[in-house]
Design a protein around this ligand. Sequence first.
Ligand SMILES: Cc1cc2nc3c(=O)[nH]c(=O)nc-3n(C[C@H](O)[C@H](O)[C@H](O)COP(=O)(O)OP(=O)(O)OC[C@H]3O[C@@H](n4cnc5c(N)ncnc54)[C@H](O)[C@@H]3O)c2cc1C
Length: 311
Amino acid sequence: MVSVEQKAEIRKARRSTAFTRRPVAPRLEAVLYKPFPVLDCGFVRVVDYMGDDSSIVQAARVSYGRGTKRVSDDRGLIRYLMRHRHTTPFEMAELKLHVKLPIFVARQWIRHRTANVNEISARYSIIEDEFYIPALDAVAEQSTSSRQGRGDVLAPRAAAKVRELLRRESERSYKNYQTLLGSKRRRSHFGIARELARVSLTLNTYTEWYWKINLHNLFNFLELRTDAHAQFEIRAYAEAISKIVKLWVPTAHEAFVDYRQHSLNLSRQALVVLRKMINGEQVTQESSGLSGREWREFIESFGPSVDKNAS
Ligand SMILES: Cc1cc2nc3c(=O)[nH]c(=O)nc-3n(C[C@H](O)[C@H](O)[C@H](O)COP(=O)(O)OP(=O)(O)OC[C@H]3O[C@@H](n4cnc5c(N)ncnc54)[C@H](O)[C@@H]3O)c2cc1C
């Protein structure tokens, strides 16, 4: 959550404006610095950005000026670049975010190596007592079909008990953290270094970082982390960032949604199967050359129309 002092800093930052000759994205300017809430205490906010849709076009045309022709030409070019994975023009636009996120989400996020990160130091600062407690409808059983996912949501009473257990455990660990840090006024003064005392914190404790990434790498991140296979909590952040990207580079975002986010990669064997089905041939998993899992994913992707030709 954003404290009263932090809100005042954000308000102050939003009051100051500067003249610039650089391209600006008006819809992103309108939300610059504003925190977009994510999960119970987290947020994402844009701290800075470089470029807009026209910067992608400008780089692709290696222009002397803004590089923009007609809007329809620019849209066509951006879609062409996205379709054919001509990726470097997208690297010319950059986004810098301030993110507040639970440590277990940060562990997944940090695997995306093509970004620049600076995280709050728990060696230097005392971590706040803010913990992620999943909402009732996010407390779900272990999935039986996937080892990495969630299945049915728990009944509200059971989910409330889970939430309570997590809250109690987080608060107990935080109390230990405070005891280890100590206070000269208290008798239980250990005075342990912050870098060591933090080991008692739970993984749902919130951390913060600045995260800077170019648009090409950001699209990679969004493709993986808005996917249904990504964990719900990191997906919540990816979806918030996706909305921000739509405000910033609407044409590139549209192309990303069409050609990457909601597109499908088919193997050579799957294409053969699809062609056979289009020609009315019956195909079975055994005759398809696909493994059981590939076959299931194939059928799920195309739905009942393809299912009719599958036996
Ligand atoms: C649903 C899901 C489940 C996952 N499960 C696990 C898991 O169980 N265990 C686990 O450890 N991880 C897991 N991951 C993390 C995953 O393996 C990747 O580490 C993560 O998604 C980052 O992807 P990336 O490497 O493409 O991203 P980035 O690090 O941003 O890299 C982008 C691209 O740059 C190139 N690149 C960057 N660095 C190098 C390098 N050093 N060498 C070669 N090429 C490089 C690659 O082409 C890469 O695709 C999971 C991810 C997802 C989305």
